[in-house]
Ligand binder design. Structure first.
Ligand code: ADP
Length: 476
């Protein structure tokens, strides 16, 4: 047995030989069972005188082989196949030898039968040389014993004895050599199997390593792709933000420029009006050295109106900068909102001769900044007058669920639905400067005032039919 085998490999080899031996045992017993009756026919033809004796030995042989076969089949896994194999061959050789004895000892023609048994052992039984040598020696000895017994230990047939023993020994030597060659062949083929298995294991291991490498490479690539994707997304985001900031600064710049031109235009209009009126009456005064009372009253009215306009523009601008700087503060006191709204209506009516219907449910008291609330309502009412096409204006004051609702509705130009979302924003307007003067700040300031009080402002409008602005203020 090769010394480089591991214990496990040695066990595997032995198991393989054992299983081959089992198979051989079965074949051997089957061969015995079939061949022995065939020889009986030959016995009948050639040795009719000894037929009964020969038949007895053959029947005994068949019965024994059947018994061995059944035993082999039944105890297939647990039996020792060498023992069964050896007993089969020895039995066969013994029976043949008995027949040699019956038919004349050394002179018997059945010496060839012993030879046959040896040949069967060589060809079928996977024995190692040592076992084969034992088998051969046993067979030769049995044969010699039978011969001597028959001739009463006298060498009556010396020539046959020498001849047969020589043939048997030759077969035996061939058997031992064959067993040796076959054993080497078995070891070699088992070594090849081991080598193939080793190669396969190595291949599988290298395949596993390759797969692992591939997997880790794939993981690396995936991680890289992910990183690139996230970097790309970050860059895109940064780009969008930069673009946005650029646009915003451009927008702020253009808004500022627009605001400056609007503001100067808005401021110039009342100043021009004041200057023109003043120059007109100055010329009249220079010419007549006096002014009529109605002329004076007209002049004062113009002063009053334009100064109010100027004051409003300036205070709107101041409010915006206050809101912007986060310094928009409320001075909360107890306020009667009905009174405040009535004052606003009176003020508005004194400026424009527009019918205003005020509906209230009586005094509504709460805690607000009176000045700011008045400013907010005034903004809505002046807008209703400005964009109301001279049509009547409805103002409603009602309280509901710890809140007070102020509605200012007009029947004027209305607002297109697409503009409704932005008119509360800074500098946003839904009309052109040529049609209506304005800075687009009134509604923005109003919204800031209302929201600073925890309230909200809404608008409903139908273009060309009118608008309704609703302020909802919590009572506290
Ligand atoms: P301004 O009146 O100075 O333009 P506002 O902030 O008060 O600024 O109003 C913003 C815009 O909302 C106005 O330019 C106008 O287009 C629209 N608007 C406000 N009130 C009314 C209203 N009662 N009817 C129609 N349009 C209105």
């Amino acid at each position: 047995m090769p010394s480089n085998w591991t214990l496990e490999e040695l066990t595997r080899y032995q198991n393989m030989v054992v299983s081959q031996t089992r198979e051989s045992c079965r074949v051997l017993t089957l061969l015995g069972i079939t061949l022995i009756p065939l020889y009986a026919i030959l016995d009948y033809i050639a040795h009719r005188d000894y037929f009964i004796e020969l038949s007895i030995t053959r029947t005994a042989a068949v019965i024994l082989f059947v018994l061995i076969f059944v035993y082999v089949k039944k105890r297939y896994d647990s039996m020792n196949p060498f023992v069964v194999g050896f007993s089969s061959l020895t039995l066969a050789a013994t029976l043949v030898t008995i027949q040699c004895y019956i038919l004349g000892g050394f002179a018997s023609p059945y010496y060839a039968g012993v030879n046959l048994v040896l040949l069967a052992g060589i060809l079928i039984f996977p024995v190692v040389p040592r076992q084969m040598f034992f088998l051969v020696t046993l067979n030769v000895l049995i044969y010699i014993l039978a011969g001597f017994l028959k001739s009463n230990f006298e060498l009556t047939h010396l020539a046959e004895f020498l001849n047969n023993t020589f043939v048997l020994m030759t077969t035996g030597i061939i058997g031992v050599i064959a067993a040796k060659i076959r054993e080497e062949g078995r070891i070699q083929s088992f070594n090849q199997v081991l080598q193939i298995e080793k190669n396969q294991t190595e291949l599988e291991a290298s395949r596993d390593i390759l797969q692992l490498n591939l997997q880790s490479e794939q993981d690396n690539v995936a991680a890289l792709v992910q990183e690139i994707t996230s970097r790309k997304a970050e860059l895109e985001k940064a780009l969008i933000l930069a673009e946005h900031a650029k646009l915003e600064s451009q927008l702020a710049l253009s808004l500022r420029e627009e605001f400056i031109s609007l503001a100067s235009h808005e401021l110039k209009t009342p100043i021009t009006s004041l200057t023109l009126q003043t120059q007109l009456y100055q010329r009249k005064f220079m010419k007549d050295q006096t002014l009529e009372p109605d002329q004076l009253s007209k002049l004062f009215m113009t002063y009053d109106l334009q100064l109010k306009r100027l004051t409003r523009i300036i205070s709107d601008m101041l409010d915006i900068s206050r809101i912007q700087a986060g310094k928009f503060e409320l001075e909360v006191t107890e306020v009667d909102l009905e009174m405040t709204v009535k004052q606003v209506v009176d003020l508005a009516m004194s400026i424009e001769r527009v019918p205003i219907n005020l509906v209230t449910q009586g005094s509504v008291k709460g805690h607000w900044d009176a000045f700011r609330i008045e400013q907010a309502v005034l903004n809505l009412v002046t807008n209703a007058i400005k964009y109301g096409r001279g049509m009547p204006i409805d103002i409603t004051l009602k309280s509901a669920n710890n809140a007070v609702i102020i509605e200012v509705a007009d029947r004027g130009i209305g607002i297109r639905p697409e503009h409704l979302g932005r008119i509360f924003d800074r500098f946003e307007r839904a009309v052109g400067h040529r049609e209506f003067a304005g800075l687009g700040l009134g509604l923005y300031i109003t919204k800031q005032i209302v929201e600073a009080h925890g309230g909200k402002i809404q608008v409903e409008s139908v273009y060309n039919e009118g608008s309704k602005f609703t302020i909802t203020l919590p009572l506290k």
